[in-house]
Design a binder for this molecule. Structure first.
Ligand code: SF4
Length: 258
């Protein structure tokens, strides 16, 4: 969870985008300054003040996001750090990353990693009243006959896929687990269950869209691995899911440690 990964790419691109905007604004001010000075010299004061406020507000926000993502310290504003990341930084970094030749999937995974880092920094503020563990159907062994999309308890724990280990985690922590066969069903599950926190397993593409669609519900994204190709007998790091459940849910019969 804490190791440096795609968040470095995401935040690096965010800083480059910020510096491009600042340089463009400085150039624009330089070009229009003679005209404004010819009208009245005092008109330059609000222009320069507006530029300074922009640099301080956006640059300061980006600095806090950077500190939170890399140190795990909760230095973000109480409610809008995630919103800025998703609504502003994600589309900008996606566009800029494509210009630099990064693959879209790589950029989406970087966004998920940055999102996870920021949520981790804010974890003490996240309500764990209703935690939903949302899984993709492609984790299930393709020849398995048991209908786990209706109820993961239908899994016979045969061990042919990671569903067995995840079902055991459900038993240990009492977590609500749902298996969705697509984005539409996943959205319905979220709408019906009304979680305060989602731990979602999916590919980078589905995770990034799910994180944005579910906002303001916090979503920790756990990318699945696809050794057999996309959407077929995929696997996931179950220890990573267990780490998140341990942070937010005491095992059944135990009090959550301070
Ligand atoms: S572990 Fe469960 S879901 Fe996976 S193949 Fe066995 S019975 Fe099916």
């Amino acid at each position: 969870m804490r190791k440096i990964g795609g968040r470095g790419l995401f935040i690096g691109l965010s800083w480059i985008a910020f510096l491009i905007v600042v340089a463009s604004a400085l150039l624009a001010i330089y070009l229009v300054a003679p005209r404004i000075l010819s009208i009245h010299p005092l008109l330059m004061i609000p222009l320069r003040a507006g530029f300074a406020v922009f640099v301080l507000a956006v640059g300061g926000g980006l600095l806090l996001i950077t500190i939170a993502a890399f140190t795990g310290l909760d230095v973000l504003y109480p409610h809008n750090g995630e919103s800025i990341t998703m609504r502003v930084l994600f589309p900008i970094t996606l566009g800029l990353g494509k210009v630099f030749g990064f693959k879209k999937l790589r950029l989406m995974e970087a966004f998920v990693d940055a999102n996870n880092s920021l949520l981790w920094a804010q974890r003490k503020r996240i309500s764990s009243d209703r935690i939903l563990l949302l899984l993709p159907h492609c984790l299930q062994f393709h020849e398995c006959q048991w209908r786990i999309t209706h109820d993961i308890e239908n899994c016979r724990r045969c061990g042919k896929c990671v569903i067995a280990d995840i079902a055991k985690l459900g038993d240990e922590f009492g977590a609500a687990i749902r298996v969705a066969t697509g984005g539409t069903l996943a959205r319905k599950v979220v709408s019906d269950y009304k979680p305060t926190l989602i731990i979602a397993v999916a590919c980078g593409r589905d995770l990034s869209s799910g994180i944005i669609d579910s906002h303001p519900i916090p979503v920790f994204g756990v990318p699945n691995e696809r050794p057999n190709g996309p959407c077929f007998d995929t696997v996931v790091d179950v220890d990573r899911i267990a780490e998140l459940l341990k942070e937010f849910m005491p095992p059944k019969g135990q009090n959550k440690p301070d």
